[in-house]
Structure formats: structure tokens, C-alpha cells
Design a protein around this ligand. Structure first.
Ligand code: WT7
Length: 649
């Protein structure tokens, strides 16, 4: 490992930061180590408004099914709205910028009214009650946030499906959750073409669907088909709703939402997050990792369809009473200066995005940041995949003017909030390095064989050795899968520990660098994609006999999708056409986000005698590496040379 340069936190920033130096960091972390329950119980009391106090902090008796703050009652929408009304009712809660530059400033008072009306609509017109699942398939408009908070208010469990997923993917998620209602929009404004959502919903709801009603928010007013008795108009119904809706009294451990994510099988998992623990950590990481102050404006560019959008556009910022920016459009439209123009105009203080976006902005507009006044910025965040040093450098120097902290936040859908990250006023940062666990998080790199913490300079599996408040509570409808997915691989001191699926290393100073997935999950533009899921889609094409999908490094996306396909027919007339058709099936089954960057037709796949596909070999070939693995145990070693020749000449 080469020595990385170290950048000290900006002393001006540290002066007013919540955690000002590493001594304070270690003091906090030691407090958590010494008495975990006192640590978390203290913050739960201080940070949350309880309707009834909790009796116990952590119940691990049914580990890995754990419970936090049992006996406590609260409502997450009240945490995000009601408790701010006395002190900051007229403060902007959501600052919305549409694709075409239209702006809405929604105060906490207005947010309260909108969410209460929405909650009444869900109850009165759609028959939604506590515990029902509601699928949200929405563009990035304020109504998406209202929908989430309205569900939370009445105790319904939302499951947001990212707007880029196809009708088949949406259908699978609706079915798995047995959702009663879908909330969608006609479409949205994105670049020049209308971006439509309602037709996708229509295709996803077949006769035997659990869906009873579809609520359609009118955004772009494009014409859409209407199913009488099923589809209802938001504009028509919301007008007559009362803006008072009492918040449902929820148990600390009542489910708040499901969010489907990819794993190593073909079927996505419904990651379940519950109320109190999730909202506590969402708020605390806003305070510690972004150090957002009362007067600040915070912008996270994620989509609400991903966990980043849940925690750092809606729940975290609103729980702490911040101003959160929500952007409908595409950050490179009309040009790669768009985000910097927005930073200047809205005087944004913290900007949070993904490495893939940084690479695209760098490539398309290297000098664009210079054209704008970015002096309001103080913290820059990145998330979703390991950031490469050149992207980090440009972000630090050109966007951050070498004075902003960069927080490389490592976490995942299952962790609910940040797990490993620099703290902007305290941590001396190294480029492209997630650094240390956030206070309270017991994260360690373990040797998968011995379960022991690896030494500095060594690598292993990124694990979390104690439950934390915003930890995944289960995989919807599949207890067994929850246990085997996360607690099957690493055992420490005789006890299974949570394994993230990522590899990592400690450098000579004990800094953590995340190196990427150790399983068959690839990371395309910061989106998690199961190779098995893509393979299952490709297999639906009627001329496909066998397929193996691997990740291949990609300059902008981080990883691209590389498919090795064995066709049923001996030959095809037009290879390009056949590849297009196969990609077409992927688009229908999953969505454009899973399209293959490269595809080769091969005569066979490298398999062991027991029939297991040797993906490691396929990954090496895709990267153009020489094959150094022992291939003598393969069923037919000659396919390796054949494939390698096809791909690399
Ligand atoms: C996977 C989780 C967390 C919200 C966005 C993605 C990778 C995430 C980093 C980072 C290196 C990272 C991991 C992780 N990842 N952040 N800062 N450095 N890798 O959520 O879809 O659940 O994906 O993204 O591989 O396991 P997700």
C-alpha cells in the first residue's frame, strides 16, 4: 500500500464543528465501547421526542433479530415535522428546484399541512391503515416526500421503487410486499423529453395484483390512460382534505419502510427498517457527518428511490430541522454547470453526491466550478462506491477550493445511515478513504477464517460486530434469508457478526479503505446490481441457453456490466441485432440501469466439474488480465483460451 497524503480539517470549520478533533472523536467512541446502552439510550432521549418513554435500550435476546428502545412510542412524521413548528415553522423545510428551474420553498408549516392532507387522503379515499404496504413510484418532486411522511404519519409501510425500474421489476416488488396502493405521478420533467411513470405502473398491475388503488400526482400533465375505479387524481382529492391528521402512536420497533435491494440471488430483498432506531441515526449522522447548522442548506443529489434519498433528502434533514434541497432534473442538464449554479443561487453549504456523478461532472465540465461562486460550501460528501483518487482530487480542489472537508461516507441500504466516514471538523482525511467508524458504530475489518480483527496493512471483511440502532430489522417475508445473507459468513468469538459483503483494508495508520464487494453483486454508477438478477433477465430471451454476468471496471460508471452468453442456435445472422434484443429483455425485466455495457457470444462457460461457473476467470478476461488461476480442474479447460481470444484477441 502506498502512503497517501493527509489533509487536515479546515481549522475555521473545526472551531464550530460538533466534533472538533480526534480526541473528541475517540472520547465519544470510547464512551460507546464502555457502556453501549448508556451511549445510545442517552442520545435516544436527547434527540427524539417520545410520546411514551422506552423501557429498554437494546434487546438482543433474539439476535440477529434485535429491538431498540422497546416500550417507547413515537411517530417519525412528528419527529420530522410537528416538533419544529413552534421554533422553525416558517423556515424552509424543502427547497425544490424543478428541471426547468421552477422553484418551490416549502416551509415546515406548509409541509405539515401538505403531509396531513396527504395522510387524510390515504386514509379516507384509499383505505390505507396502519401496517398496510404502500408502493411509491415517483419522480423527484415534493409530493414524493409528502407521500413518505404521510405513510409514516398513519403507520403505513412505504416501499419506494426507483423510477428507473421497469414494470416487471415494479410488479415483483409490489407482489413481494403485497402492497395495497401505488402512489405515482403522470411523469416528470427531465431534459427535453417527457419522462413518464404512469404507463409503467399500468403495465405492472395485472388482474391478480394486490393493488386496489393508484394515486396519480399530476406533474407534467401529459396524457395518461385511466382505469376507472382504480385510479384516482391527487389534484382532485387533495383539495377537500383537512390539514389536521393526528399522528398514529407507533411502537419504536414498528416498521417504517421497506426498500428492495439486490443480493446474490435473482430475487431482490425487501430490507426492512423500523421507526425509532432508524430516525435517530438519520438525524445523528446529519449532525456528526455533515455537521449541518440551523442556518444551513443541505443538498443530496440522490433519488428518493435509493436509501441515500430516504435518509439524506427526507428523514435525516427533516428530523434535525434543516433545509433540504430536492432536485427534479439531471445534474448535467442543460450543462455540467447546473449543480454549481444551484449551489451559488441557493447558497448551499453541504453537497452530497456519488463518485459516478463527480466523474461525469469532471469530464463534461472540468472548469465549470470556476464560473460560479461556491464559497458557501463547507462539506462535500460522496457515497455509493469507492471514489477514485483523480475524481477525489478534482472534487477537493475545484469544487471545494481545497478548503472543504470531503466526507467519503461508507454505508448501505441495510445500515440505514453512515457507518464509516470522516467527521468534517475532526478527521485528517486521506483521498478516497472512508477513514474510521462513525462514533457508536462497532465496525471492524475481520479475517473471515478466524473472525479476528486484521492488523494494520492487512485486508479482510468489513463487519459490524454489535447491532446499531438503524440496522436492518429483517428481509420482508423471509427470516431465513435475513440470517443467511448477513450473519452467515463471519463468526467472531463464537458469535455470528453482521457482514456487509464488502472487502476492506486498514492502512499503516489504521485508516479504513473499502475495496468493494466480495460477493456476486456489482456496483454500476453507485447502484447495486445482482449479477444473478441480470442473468435471470437475460435467460428470458428465447435464444439464450446460458449466461454469466460479471462486473468490469468502467471509466464513468465505476463498474459496467459484462455478459457472456451461450446462444441456443449455432449462429445468428446479425450479432448486433441479437445483442440489442437481449438488452431489450433486460430493459423490460429490470430497466435501463441494468443494460449490458458489453456482451460476447461464447460457445461455453468455464465451469467446475460440479457445474459451478468460475466467475473469477470471467472477471479476469473481461478486464483483459492474463489468466493465472489454475484451470486444470475445469470441466473443459479449453473454453478459457477460446473466450479469452474472443474478448482480448
Ligand atoms: C454498497 C451499498 C449507501 C448508499 C448508496 C448505496 C458500496 C457505498 C461506499 C463508499 C466504497 C461504497 C458498498 C456497499 N459503497 N458507499 N463510500 N466507498 N463503497 O447503497 O445500494 O445499498 O449499496 O455500496 O459496496 O456495500 P446500496
Amino acid at each position: 500500500m502506498s502512503k497517501k497524503p493527509i489533509f487536515q480539517p479546515n481549522p475555521e470549520f473545526s472551531k464550530t464543528a460538533r466534533i472538533k478533533n480526534m480526541d473528541e472523536y475517540y472520547a465519544l467512541q470510547n464512551k460507546a465501547i464502555e457502556d453501549y446502552e448508556v451511549f445510545w439510550g442517552g442520545y435516544a432521549k436527547e434527540k427524539l421526542d417520545w410520546m411514551e418513554p422506552f423501557d429498554t435500550v437494546l434487546d438482543e435476546s433474539k439476535f440477529p433479530f434485535v429491538q431498540w428502545f422497546n416500550g417507547g412510542k413515537l411517530n417519525v412524521s412528528s419527529q420530522c415535522i410537528d416538533r419544529h413548528l413552534d421554533t422553525r415553522g416558517e423556515k424552509t423545510a424543502i427547497l425544490f428546484e424543478g428541471d426547468r428551474g421552477d422553484i418551490q420553498k416549502i416551509t415546515y408549516n406548509a409541509l405539515s399541512k401538505n403531509v396531513n392532507k396527504f395522510a387524510n387522503l390515504l386514509k379516507e379515499d384509499l383505505g390505507v391503515t396502519k401496517g398496510d404496504r404502500v408502493v411509491i413510484y415517483m419522480p423527484m418532486i415534493p409530493e414524493a416526500a409528502y407521500a413518505m411522511l404521510a405513510c409514516a404519519r398513519i403507520g403505513a409501510i412505504h416501499s419506494i421503487v426507483f423510477g428507473g425500474f421497469s414494470s416487471e421489476a415494479l410488479k415483483d416488488r409490489i407482489e413481494d410486499a403485497q402492497a395495497k396502493v401505488v402512489i405515482t405521478a403522470d411523469g416528470a420533467f427531465r431534459k427535453t423529453k417527457p419522462y413518464m411513470l404512469k404507463p409503467v405502473v399500468d403495465a405492472a398491475i395485472t388482474k391478480d395484483s394486490s393493488i386496489e388503488k393508484v394515486l396519480v400526482v399530476e406533474r407534467n400533465n401529459e396524457e395518461v390512460t385511466w382505469v376507472e375505479g382504480r385510479d384516482v387524481s391527487y389534484t382532485a382529492l387533495i383539495k377537500n382534505k383537512s390539514d389536521i391528521c393526528e399522528a398514529e402512536v407507533m411502537d419504536a420497533e414498528d416498521p417504517l419502510f421497506l426498500l428492495y435491494t439486490s443480493g446474490s440471488t435473482g430475487k431482490p430483498k425487501g430490507v426492512q427498517h423500523n421507526s425509532a432506531g432508524y430516525i435517530l441515526w438519520a438525524q445523528m449522522t446529519m449532525e456528526w457527518v455533515f455537521d449541518v447548522k440551523e442556518e444551513d442548506t443541505f443538498w443530496c443529489t440522490a433519488d428518493v428511490g435509493w436509501i441515500t434519498g430516504h435518509t439524506y433528502i427526507v428523514y435525516g434533514p427533516l428530523a434535525m430541522g434543516a433545509t433540504t434541497v430536492m432536485f427534479e432534473g439531471v445534474i448535467t442538464y442543460p450543462d455540467a454547470g447546473r449543480p454549481w449554479k444551484m449551489v451559488q443561487e441557493h447558497k448551499i453549504n453541504q453537497f452530497y453526491t456519488a463518485p459516478t456523478a463527480i466523474r461525469v461532472l469532471h469530464k463534461m465540465g472540468e472548469n465549470e466550478p470556476k464560473n460560479y461562486d461556491l464559497s458557501s460550501l463547507n462539506v462535500l460528501g460522496t457515497v455509493g462506491e469507492p471514489i477514485d483518487p483523480p475524481a477525489w482530487k478534482w472534487y477537493y480542489e475545484q469544487v471545494g477550493n481545497s478548503t472543504c472537508a470531503i466526507v467519503d461516507t461508507y454505508w448501505q441500504t441495510e445500515t440505514g445511515g453512515h457507518i464509516i466516514s470522516p467527521l468534517p471538523g475532526a478527521t485528517p482525511i486521506k483521498p478516497a478513504c472512508a477513514t474510521f467508524p462513525v462514533p457508536g458504530i462497532m465496525a471492524e475489518i475481520l479475517d473471515p477464517k478466524t473472525g479476528k480483527k486484521v492488523a494494520n496493512g492487512e485486508s479482510g471483511y468489513m463487519c459490524i460486530t454489535r447491532p446499531w440502532p438503524s440496522m436492518i430489522r429483517g428481509v420482508w417475508g423471509d427470516e431465513e434469508r435475513f440470517i443467511t445473507s448477513y450473519f452467515g459468513d463471519v463468526v467472531k468469538d463464537g458469535k455470528p457478526v453482521y457482514f456487509t459483503g464488502d472487502g476492506a483494508n486498514y492502512d499503516e495508520d489504521g485508516y479504513i479503505t473499502i475495496t468493494g464487494r466480495t460477493d456476486d453483486v456489482i456496483n454500476v454508477s453507485g447502484h447495486r446490481m445482482g449479477t444473478a438478477e441480470v442473468e435471470a433477465a437475460i435467460k428470458k430471451h428465447n435464444n439464450v441457453a446460458e449466461v454469466a454476468v460479471v462486473g468490469k471496471p468502467h471509466a464513468l460508471k465505476g463498474e459496467g456490466i459484462f455478459a457472456y452468453v451461450v446462444l441456443k442456435s449455432d449462429s445468428v445472422e446479425d450479432e448486433a441485432l441479437e445483442k440489442k434484443a437481449i438488452n431489450g429483455v433486460i430493459k423490460t425485466e429490470i430497466g435501463s440501469i441494468a443494460l449490458c455495457d458489453a456482451m460476447v457470444f461464447v460457445s461455453g462457460l468455464p465451469k467446475t466439474r460440479s457445474g459451478k461457473i468460475m466467475r473469477r476467470i470471467l472477471r479476469s478476461i473481461a478486464k483483459g488480465e492474463a489468466i493465472t488461476q489454475d484451470i486444470s480442474t475445469l470441466e473443459d479447460p479449453s473454453v478459457v483460451a477460446q473466450i479469452s481470444k474472443m474478448v482480448n484477441g
